[in-house]
Design a protein around this ligand. Structure first.
Ligand code: NAP
Ligand code: MG
Length: 404
């Protein structure tokens, strides 16, 4: 069988710990035997980030702008313990944060559904994709503890010297106060990413906030979405038979629970943080979740939603077998291949990625799975495999699918 050719390289961002081990295994067992793999390789492993003063992260994001599609392994975000463990020069920033700042995108996360891993919500038949705005609000807020009686005001000083203000509260006793902000530029690119992604994957888009209570702040988000929709996307949506609507966040939650799934739910930063944990858990597991950063210019970065699985890595270093689930990392690769194949008009690359997903899911549905899934499956007679054997099982199925 001839290997599948690629015309444009993928930007490959290697990472850390257990996911770095899985990364190599996935390439060797599931990709390189079938594809003439072309990547531009960036080693985002913590040692190399430290060696290059984190320039490698910046370079990898720039390469994503050049080529359009990247696939990223999970990486360590250094903290005090990692400073010591890796003897770092500096506590480098989160690579995801650096990449997001350069690509200016929105993160879309969707559960990977498979027979045998049932959602806790009975009505959910199709995945729900959560689109989380990744800038501002409570994540960039200023807060004060108010010790006693006194006035707190919000004051805006314009560059021309004029100003206006708003009383927050006249305190009679101690309390607390918070000031937060967002930017039109960021809200607009969030909205465009959501509309564009909905068209890409042909699903309806819901957006929810609390504009009845937050008549200026949340209402502004609603207005920005509405304006961009009407000007730039309404015609494309009706052509594709898709719907966009805004509703209150509490109404959205009631509708989400009663829905069948199969739509995109756009959330402001905080709502997206808590609701994506709810959706992921209700569908089964963090290791069964896809994650893609989409920029408004149409750059794509595919990754797993989970971290480097440190606890398993230390077991691996002790020479013990681990049963780490590679599905999210496999789906980062398949997502990237599908997008690359679509852009370069390589249907055989798209088909290969679809078969790799099919082989992965059929392996689980046949009762062969990693330990995290064995703990929650509704299937009887399951075989728990270590990561290597699980990937080998997928390989066997993939080979069969490729020849048929
Ligand atoms: P984690 O890697 O997400 O793992 C936390 C726990 O979740 C694991 O110990 C494991 O539970 C379970 N788990 C996660 N992924 C799994 C998988 N694929 N298969 C089986 N079980 C899985 O979080 P962490 O260990 O707290 O963080 C490790 C490092 O990841 C940190 O340095 C953090 O900075 C980084 N991180 C990176 C990203 C990213 O690059 N996108 C995201 C988050 C965290 P059991 O131990 O119960 O088996
Ligand atoms: Mg969270």
């Amino acid at each position: 069988m001839d290997k599948i050719r690629m015309t444009t390289p993928l930007v490959e961002m290697d990472g850390d710990e257990m996911t770095r081990i899985l990364w190599k295994k996935i390439k060797e067992e599931l990709i390189e035997p079938f594809v003439e793999l072309r990547t531009e390789y960036y080693d985002l492993g913590l040692e190399n980030r430290d060696r290059t003063d984190d320039q490698v992260t910046v370079e990898s994001a720039k390469a994503t702008k050049k080529y359009g599609v990247a696939v990223k392994c999970a990486t360590i975000t250094p903290n005090a313990a990692r400073m010591e463990e890796y003897h770092l020069k500096e506590m480098w920033k989160s690579p995801n944060g650096t990449i997001r700042a350069i690509l200016d995108g929105t993160v879309f996360r969707a559960p990977i559904t498979v027979k045998g891993i049932e959602p806790y919500v009975r009505t959910w038949k199709k995945p729900i994709t959560l689109a989380r705005h990744a800038y501002g609000d409570v994540y960039k807020a200023s807060e004060l503890v108010i010790p006693g009686p006194g006035k707190v005001e919000l004051v805006y000083h314009a560059e021309d010297g004029s100003s206006f203000s708003e009383l927050v509260h006249a305190f009679q006793g101690p309390g607390i106060v918070q000031g937060m902000h967002n930017l039109d530029r960021s809200i607009e690119s969030f909205a465009r990413s959501c509309f564009q992604y909905a068209l890409d994957i042909r699903q309806d888009l819901w957006f929810a906030a609390k504009d009845t209570i937050s008549k200026k702040y949340d209402h502004h988000f609603k207005d920005v979405f509405e304006e961009i929709y009407e000007k730039e996307y309404q015609a494309k949506f009706s052509e594709a038979g898709l719907t966009y609507f805004y509703t209150l966040i509490d109404d959205a939650i009631a509708r989400v629970i009663k829905s069948e799934g199969g739509f995109i739910w756009a959330c402001k930063n905080y709502d997206g943080d808590v609701m994506s944990d709810m959706v992921a858990t209700a569908f089964g597991s963090l290791a069964m979740m896809t994650s893609v950063l989409v920029s408004p210019q149409g750059y794509y970065e595919f990754e797993a939603a989970h971290g480097t699985v440190q606890r398993h890595y230390y077991q691996h270093l002790e020479g013990k077998e681990t049963s780490t689930n590679p599905i999210a990392t496999i789906f980062a690769w398949t997502g990237a291949f599908k997008k690359r194949g679509e852009l370069d008009q390589l249907p055989e690359l798209v088909r290969f990625a679809e078969l790799m997903e099919q082989a992965s899911l059929e392996t689980i549905a046949s009762g062969k799975m990693t330990k995290d899934l064995a703990l929650i499956t509704s299937l009887k007679d399951v075989t728990v495999l270590n990561s290597g054997d699980f990937i080998k099982e997928i390989r066997i199925r993939l080979e069969k699918l490729m020849v048929s």
